[in-house]
Write a protein that binds this ligand. Structure first.
Ligand code: NAG
Ligand code: NAG
Ligand code: NAG
Ligand code: NAG
Ligand code: NAG
Length: 280
């Protein structure tokens, strides 16, 4: 089991907002200041301006709603990553789509205010940002509680952005997809979404190429083994396509928390129909 350093300091702020330290909330990628977490408006999008070091929230009609300056101290951390599989694209062709299917697990047997995140994700080579369709159990900056819910998240140096949480149930099948929508030189645009759940699409433009693909179990404030679901979560139908129809020679690497019995196994390797199992 995994004991979080934050476990003893959890309290509730309002009804849904957890905080280990006053003024912070947990997100995939670590604790974040409340002043820099943002729920996306319906059908809105993000546009990063690398020259101004700012990220803008753009409304569905194209109006600029908000601009956040980059703050390099708030890049995503991997401190909460418990076990994961990953692949780094070193080909000249960028990843054009990354699909993963998994099933919402049974609820953990105990609830101690813990947060469990399960997702496929993609990061730039610098590691200073992450785009991800996320399944969450427990509370986060996006809300949530003693139930499973989903949202797409972008966490980068100019803030943490998420689509409104959508509640899901054990047994529901999730299809998390990250797609390259366009690129021109170093200017890349992507969308992250659960293609079978409306309202979960998060689009971002103006960012660097995303090269590092992962399948991850991340958690916070876990106090005992039963704060995790029982059994396994199988990430399957993992498809990685490169732009221009090039076929990637994909070999997944794993990182496990063997001491706590939380492991990741690659059952089927490769770029098409890969299968990766997380055991709790
Ligand atoms: C968002 O887009 C969907 C799908 O195009 C549409 O059905 C919905 O009305 C839009 N919502 C808003 C608030 O624009
Ligand atoms: C665009 O959307 C914003 C925010 O939803 C709204 O305040 C504004 O009036 C809209 N502008 C137009 C031209 O529709
Ligand atoms: C950057 O984030 C840190 C941590 O939340 C905060 O203490 C600091 O004031 C922020 N700096 C700026 C310029 O926003
Ligand atoms: C990047 O591409 C987006 C989408 O086409 C565009 O709106 C934006 O202005 C571009 N940014 C830069 C810095 O060229
Ligand atoms: C993954 O690729 C395989 C082979 O091309 C295809 O049959 C399958 O439908 C794809 N899965 C998803 C989830 O896109």
């Amino acid at each position: 089991m995994h004991a979080s350093v934050a476990a003893t300091a959890v309290f509730l702020l309002g009804l849904i907002a957890p905080s280990a330290f006053a003024g912070t909330a947990v997100a995939p990628g670590g604790w974040r200041g409340w002043n820099n977490v943002h729920q996306m408006p319906a059908n809105g999008s993000l546009l990063h301006d690398p020259e101004a070091h700012e990220t803008h929230i753009i409304s569905s009609n194209g109006t600029k709603l908000f601009s956040a300056p980059a703050n390099s101290t708030e890049v995503p951390q991997q401190s909460g990553w418990i076990t994961y599989a990953s692949w780094l694209n070193t080909n000249s062709a960028p990843i054009s789509s990354f699909t993963t299917t998994w099933t919402v697990p049974p609820a953990p047997k105990t609830f101690n205010g813990q947060t469990v995140f399960l997702f496929n994700s993609i990061e730039p080579s610098s590691g200073n940002a992450i785009l991800q369709p996320v399944l969450q159990y427990g509370p986060s900056a996006a809300g949530g509680g003693q139930y499973w819910s989903v949202a797409s998240w972008y966490v980068g140096p100019s803030g943490t952005y998420f689509t409104p949480l959508v509640r899901v149930n054990p047994g529901d099948v999730l299809r998390g997809v990250i797609t390259l929508t366009m690129h021109l030189g170093n200017n890349y645009s992507y969308v992250s979404q659960f293609t079978n759940i409306p309202g979960t699409a998060l689009s971002i433009g103006g960012i660097n190429q995303l090269t590092w693909a992962t399948e991850t179990l991340e958690s916070y404030s876990v106090t005992t083994e039963s704060d995790y679901p029982q059994g396994t979560t199988v990430f399957s139908g993992i498809n990685l396509s490169l732009s221009g129809g090039k076929v990637a020679n994909v070999k997944w690497s794993v990182a496990s928390d063997v001491q706590d019995g939380l492991t990741t196994t690659v059952n089927t390797d490769g770029a098409r129909g890969a299968k990766i199992t997380v055991k709790y």
